[in-house]
Design a protein around this ligand. Structure first.
Ligand SMILES: Cc1cc2nc3c(=O)[nH]c(=O)nc-3n(C[C@H](O)[C@H](O)[C@H](O)COP(=O)(O)O)c2cc1C
Length: 172
């Protein structure tokens, strides 16, 4: 049974809500999830976990969510060589088809630069957008969720992604 640190930032609450659901799904599988809203905690707590999940919505046309923006440079001080990190991002593919879930990529790049191994890639099928920095080698580098245009797909996406992440964390 693993202990997972889940760090998220959320301006309007959607990402916070998803973070709760991700925690619940891992808890149902027998794991423990510690939740951190980055508005209240510095992300240096991330160093304490071998298994980490990060949640971020994209704001202001391709920008980091504001609380992540506040702490993003602090990530450059972290040693994450022992960590496996899975990311999920929220966005609006119809409203912002040229910057869909871009912030996912900006956050992923930072933690990967600190030595973290990224897990939990996700296929781009079933979405309708034009471009995204979060697509690398044909997949999203983490789970993309769209609570505005595809809320009905969130539960099945989460259920499948949590299985993928549990396997790639190597905790099941
Ligand atoms: C002003 C504004 C700008 C946004 N820019 C983007 C964007 O560039 N790309 C994207 O995918 N979503 C964008 N969104 C959509 C948000 O990511 C989406 O509403 C998300 O669910 C918000 O998450 P939160 O409630 O956790 O803050 C934007 C939303 C607003 C209101």
């Amino acid at each position: 049974m693993a202990v997972i640190g889940l760090f998220y930032g959320s301006t309007d609450g959607a990402t916070a809500h998803i973070a709760q659901q991700v925690a619940e799904l891992f808890t149902q599988r027998g794991h423990t999830v510690e939740l951190f809203d980055v508005a209240e905690f510095y992300p240096d707590a991330m160093e304490e976990f071998e298994y980490v999940i990060l949640g971020i919505p994209t704001w202001d046309i391709g920008q980091l969510q504001a609380d992540w923006e506040e702490v993003i440079d602090d990530l450059d001080e972290l040693d994450l060589r022992h960590a496996r990190i899975a990311l999920f991002g929220l966005g609006d593919q119809a409203g912002y088809p040229l910057t869909f879930v871009d912030a996912l990529a900006f956050l992923a790049d930072r933690v990967e630069a600190q030595g973290a191994r990224l897990v939990g890639r996700w296929p781009i099928t079933g979405y309708n957008f034009e471009r995204s920095w979060a697509v690398k080698d044909g997949d999203f580098i983490g789970l993309a969720l769209d609570e505005i245009n595809q809320p009905e797909l969130t539960a099945p996406r989460l259920a499948r992604w949590v299985e993928v992440v549990a396997l790639e964390f190597g905790i099941e």
